[in-house]
Each structure stands twice: as C-alpha cells, then as structure tokens.
Design a protein around this ligand. Structure first.
Ligand code: A3P
Length: 297
C-alpha cells in the first residue's frame, strides 16, 4: 500500500505533531510491530502489554524510549531513525496516523486499539489541559509547523467536546477517518483490532489474543508478572517508565497521563442530546457496524 497524500486542508489543520513522510524512509524488519491508535485510546497500555510479552514480564523497562512515536516531529528523524536501527529486541513502534497515511508493510504486524470517542475526548481534554509550557513550546516551535498554534484550552470540557466534533478532531487530528481506515483493513492477516473496553473487562483474554497474533509464547511462570505490570494500579504507580518523556510535558508529571483509566465519565456531564450528537456523527462517518464496535467493543 502506498502513502496517500492528505488533502491540503487537513494538512494545514492537523500537521502540528507529525510528519507522515518519515515512513517513506523507514526500513521494516519482518517482525516489526506497529501500534496504531487515535490518541488517548490506550496506546501506552498497549505498549506496556507488548513490552511485557516481548520481555517476559520484566519490570522497570523504559517503554516509552523503547517504543517511539515514529511520525512525531520531535525528536527529529536524524535522532529517531538511528536509535531504532540499533535496537536488538523486537521493535514496537507507535503511530497515531490513519493507515492510508503510512507505508504499510505486509510483513509487519499492526495492532489497533479503539475507544469510544467520548471517552477519548474526556482523556484528551485532561491531556491537553494539564500540559505545561514545555509541551506547548515543543508543539508550536517545531520546525515545519503549519496551521494554527496549539494553545492551552480555556473553554469548558463540554465546549471542547463540541469543537472537537464540529471540526472533526480539532485542535488535534481528524477522528473518524483514523478509525475507519483501520476498521476497513481489520481482516488482513497482519492486522489485529482490539477495544479499550474489552481490554478493561478481560485483560488476560485480550493479552492472550495479542500474544497469539504476535506468535509470542507466554511462559506460565511469567504470567502473573505480566498481568500485574499491565494493571492500571501498577502503571499509575510506575507511570514515569511508560509515559512519553517520563511525563515532563504535564503539570502533574506522568501521573496526569495515566489518569483515571475508566470509561463513561462523560455520562454524568453530557446531556442526552449532546451525547446523541456524537452517536449520529459516528453512524454517519463510520457506518453501523464500525460505530457499534467503537461504542461497545
Ligand atoms: P484516561 O485519561 O481516561 O484516564 P493513550 O496512552 O492512548 O494516551 O491513552 C491514555 C489513556 O489510557 C488514559 O485514560 C490512561 O489512564 C489509560 N490507561 C493507561 N494505562 C491503563 C491501564 N493499565 N488500565 C486502564 N487504563 C489505562
């Protein structure tokens, strides 16, 4: 599959963080794992799970360093690419791009995690509102920036929700096309789709499915460690090891990032009508099957 250029309008609005062209110069290995998500959908959790599977439940891994966000503009490719080249372990790389903005390798394994957009939004607001000066500098002062600056949100979460829906993903990236692009290729043998809610309700079962997909044998003596190290409480306590830059971009450090780990917090805040606005857009943009999967897992 070839990279598809994004429409100019979208590029202008959504290219603060990433440069998808980095994939053009990426040399795949046959056992590479690509973790793909729309942001705030469980990326860090999935990175932790995969690190635990690769490293047999080992504690203390610097997961964020090991599993870089390839298409993020910082650090630049001159830093990121050589570091990835020298990795001796099985690589697991993060992206927030829709699949048609990547170079898709038939050999690599792609894992995509989805989460209801309202849960994503609640998580995103926290991520954005608790970010510190360093975060805004890194985004806004990055060479190659196009489009508006990203500022700290001053509006309420409800207004933020409406803006995000009305301008599809504003002020970050388009939401629907990200989900749909991965949903449409879910039947490919090198693609595995999972859902945040399913992972919450049956983490052991979902981890086994991931291991199976990646052809990784779980040694029974490591199983309890793997489960413990992927639990919310453990990840919250050791968040500096899994969160980007050890949490340096957030006012409360990495603890703000591994925030609540729950779904449905919007239910107490959004009116029925406001919630239905999301449901209608989901149906319109994703179709019934995909919208239903995203809502329920
Ligand atoms: P909340 O902000 O709703 O708490 P991402 O890594 O894609 O940015 O997603 C972050 C979200 O995943 C945050 O959600 C975070 O708390 C949640 N998360 C991370 N690890 C988790 C775990 N082990 N169990 C449950 N949720 C987890």
């Amino acid at each position: 599959m070839q990279q598809i250029a994004w429409p100019q309008k979208k590029r202008e609005m959504f290219s603060h963080h990433f440069d998808s062209t980095i994939w053009n110069n990426f040399t795949f290995r046959n056992d590479d794992i690509i973790i793909a998500t729309y942001a705030k959908s469980g990326t860090t959790w999935l990175q932790q799970i995969i690190s635990q599977l690769i490293f047999n439940g080992q504690a203390g891994l610097d997961v964020s360093d090991m599993s870089p966000w390839l298409d993020l503009r910082v650090p630049p490719p001159e830093v990121k690419m050589p570091a990835l080249e020298t990795q001796q372990h099985r690589r697991f790389i993060k992206t927030h791009l829709p699949v048609d903005a990547l170079v898709f390798s038939p050999q690599a394994k792609y894992i995509y995690i989805g989460r209801d957009g309202r849960d994503v939004l609640w998580s995103l607001y926290n991520h954005h509102a608790t970010a510190n000066e360093l975060f805004y500098q890194a985004l806004n002062d990055t060479p190659g920036l196009v489009g508006p600056r990203i500022e700290k949100p001053v509006e309420s979460i409800v207004q933020y929700y409406h803006d995000w829906l009305d301008k599809d993903g504003y002020p970050f990236w388009a939401f629907w096309e990200n989900i749909l692009s991965w949903w449409q290729i879910r039947h490919l043998p090198n693609v595995h789709l999972l859902h945040f809610e399913k992972l919450k309700t049956d983490m052991p079962g979902e981890i086994k499915k991931i291991a199976n997909f990646l052809h990784i044998d779980i040694h029974p003596e490591n199983w309890n460690d793997i489960l413990e190290h992927c639990s919310f409480d453990y990840m919250k306590k050791h968040s500096a090891k899994s969160v980007p830059l050890g949490g340096a971009f957030w006012e409360g450090g990495s603890d703000s990032f591994i925030n609540k780990g729950t779904n449905g917090r919007w239910k107490e805040v959004l009116t029925k009508q406001h919630s239905e606005k999301y449901e209608q857009l989901a149906l319109q943009n994703l179709g019934a099957d995909c919208a239903n999967w995203l809502a329920t897992g």
